[in-house]
Design a protein around this ligand. Structure first.
Ligand code: FE2
Length: 268
């Protein structure tokens, strides 16, 4: 783990889980969460996918930082998922293991007021507002479970970097086609004050059809709006097209990358 991560990892278990310790949040933190929630809630009717909008409406979660155990009870009943509190970013093996066991890691701490518009690391607002509602959708939830299992497998195949691009271009920055136009389902978009409108309305970024192999070989930028988004037709498509064994795909992409690297550079 990088030492500059800002969470308190001293009390984390082997799987990086911690107590949420809800009573330790201050009134200012609850108020800040409420302001973030309200700002994004004005945007989502226009830019979020219907499944996310439906799920958040059933959560009654905008007045204060949510109690993870209460949300987990609802999630368990609907799709068999639970929230697990974590101090912040966690190593790949712990992250994939949680997903493979239908547990979604949610950071316990909230950003500072100065970070209202932008935060580098995921906090409780990003993790909860962006990720948790779609865990109530059966197909999405099953897909994320499969992704976790695929992550553990990718670790053995030394292919996490390729697989992480799938997560980035779907779970974090994915768009879905709807009769009303493209809408966001990626958590990085849903929790962003600026990129949520940008990803749907701006003429600048490319919006490409979902294409697994292209995604696995497309690098991404973490510090600016995306220049390329991938658009799915439905969560069922995402589930279907990521179902095959990725082992031969990783091997193919690796060999085409290395043969490209061996080609002589063109003369200047
Ligand atoms: Fe995220």
């Amino acid at each position: 783990m990088k030492s500059e991560l800002r969470g308190d990892y001293s009390r984390a278990g082997k799987d990086y889980s911690v107590e949420q310790n809800w009573s330790s949040y201050s009134g200012e933190e609850h108020a800040l969460f409420q302001r973030l929630f309200q700002r994004q809630s004005k945007l989502v009717p226009r830019y979020a996918c219907a499944e996310w909008i439906e799920a958040i409406a059933g959560l009654d979660a905008g007045n204060e930082i949510p109690k993870f155990d209460l949300i987990s009870k609802k999630l368990k009943a609907k799709t068999g998922w639970a929230i697990v509190a974590v101090p912040g970013l966690i190593p790949d093996d712990a992250f994939f293991s949680h997903l493979a066991n239908r547990r979604f890691p949610v950071t316990v701490w909230l950003r500072k007021p100065a970070e209202f518009d932008y935060i580098v690391e995921p906090d409780v607002f990003h993790d909860f507002f962006g990720h948790v509602p779609l865990l109530f959708d059966r197909v999405y939830a099953d897909h994320l479970h499969e992704y976790g299992k695929g992550g553990l497998k990718a670790m053995k195949l030394d292919a996490v970097k390729m697989l992480a691009r799938l997560y980035w271009y779907t779970i974090e920055f994915g768009l879905v086609r709807t009769p009303a136009g493209v809408r966001a389902y990626g958590a990085g978009l849903l929790s962003s004050g600026g990129e949520l409108a940008h990803c749907v309305e701006s003429p600048e970024p490319r919006r490409l059809n979902f294409e697994l192999e292209r995604i696995l070989r497309t690098d991404y930028q973490i510090d600016r709006y995306q220049t390329t988004y991938f658009v799915i037709d439905s969560f069922a498509q995402l589930m279907r097209e990521t179902a095959p064994d990725f082992t031969p795909i990783y091997a193919r992409l690796r060999s085409s990358a290395s043969s490209a690297a061996r080609k002589p550079a063109p003369a200047a």
